[in-house]
Design a protein around this ligand. Structure first.
Ligand code: ADP
Ligand code: MG
Length: 332
């Protein structure tokens, strides 16, 4: 598959100067190397605070990285954006903050079409509304007159109006009801097939991310800890953090037994400083003298990439928990 975006060794830190607490440096994005293929979706999944939005904002040109390189079709990101700003679109969780409340839907879409040099009259607006499954008459309404799902469709309509090459979709279904979520996901898949854009699909929900992505990257504490095909990552997670993410999702997604379960310890939100694995203080498999010595690099294992000194076996039977068959395998 042809590469579209190449991300190499990307870093971004923030200084949090809490009025009460001490000043802290947060490594929001830490040594991230990833590829997004042309016309494909890379799913980026992790708990809140793991750095997903920061990575998405860097790729959309809204945040400057401290270190590292991003190439889009071989061109440095900055230069690419200078020439193709409008071809990179962001869609957020909350369409209310993204849509101008004083603009009718018609004008929201019109503005996007104009920005892309594609404006040919109101017929274009109706056509795009139809593309995203909205009736014509929506065009003359204001965002506050629409449901959450309809507003998100308007935000999607605005993004595709410019015939984007790349979309950053940041938690775009997180605030929606389950049935609406599924419809929006199907819509994004269909639009991608039609328009051929590449997408970074950001979510805290692994099954949802897996359902729409060609590849999935699991992020923890600014780092990518597992990367692979959705079915591998979802059915047989090899990184303890991925297994933890899956275990925290209701089992109805699986229609049966769950994959290997790992109980991670609670996280106080503090990043680990020091040489060890970022997951050290939470991981029940952490081994003294190994996991506290160095942060594991992302390396090929079990048909994917895993950053763990003690990855779970890829073929661990489904449903084998920490206390079951899995325990013997795990404490090898
Ligand atoms: N502008 C900012 N200033 C200070 N800290 C920030 C800023 N943006 C993000 N962070 C911090 O960086 C970390 C990653 O945040 P974020 O990228 O929003 O994660 P996610 O999207 O996975 O929830 C968090 O600790 C967050 O508080
Ligand atoms: Mg976020």
């Amino acid at each position: 598959m042809e590469e579209f975006i190449l991300i190499r060794n990307l870093r971004k830190t923030f200084v949090k100067s809490g009025l009460l607490g001490p000043r802290r440096v947060v490594r929001a994005v830490d040594s991230v190397t990833l590829t997004i293929h042309k016309g494909e979706t890379l799913g980026l999944v992790g708990e809140s605070g793991s750095g997903k939005t920061t990575l998405g904002r860097i790729l959309a040109g809204l945040e400057e990285p401290d270190e590292g390189e991003v190439l889009v079709e071989g061109t440095p990101l900055k230069e690419y954006l200078r020439r193709n700003r409008v071809k990179v679109q962001l869609i957020f969780q909350n369409p209310d903050t993204a849509l101008n409340p004083r603009q009718r839907v018609h004008d929201i879409i019109k503005e996007a079409l104009e920005a892309a040099g594609e404006w040919g009259g109101s017929g274009d607006v109706y056509e795009i509304l139809e593309e995203v499954g909205l009736p014509k008459d929506i065009a003359h309404r204001y965002p506050h007159e629409l449901s959450g799902g309809q507003k998100q469709r308007v935000a999607i309509a605005r993004a595709i109006a410019v015939k984007p090459r790349f979309i950053v979709a940041d938690e775009i279904v997180s605030a929606l009801d389950a049935t609406i979520k599924a419809r929006i996901l199907r819509l994004m898949k269909r639009l991608q097939g039609e328009y051929g854009f590449a997408m970074l699909f950001i979510s805290h929900d692994l099954p949802i991310t897996a359902s729409i992505s060609h590849n999935v990257a699991v992020m923890y504490s600014g780092r990518i800890v597992e990367y692979g095909k959705p079915k591998d990552v979802l059915n047989a997670p090899m990184h303890p953090y991925t297994a933890h993410l899956i275990a925290s999702v209701p089992s109805l997604y699986y229609g049966g037994s769950r994959p290997a379960r790992i109980e991670l310890k609670e996280w106080d939100g503090e990043q680990l400083s020091g040489p060890g694995c970022p997951l050290l203080r939470r991981c029940p498999l952490a081994l003294e003298g190994v996991c506290d010595k160095s942060a594991p690099e992302l390396r090929p294992v079990g048909g994917r990439l895993v950053a763990c000194h003690r990855p779970l076996p890829p073929g661990l039977p489904r449903g084998a928990g920490v206390g079951g068959v899995g325990a013997q395998v795990l404490s090898r």
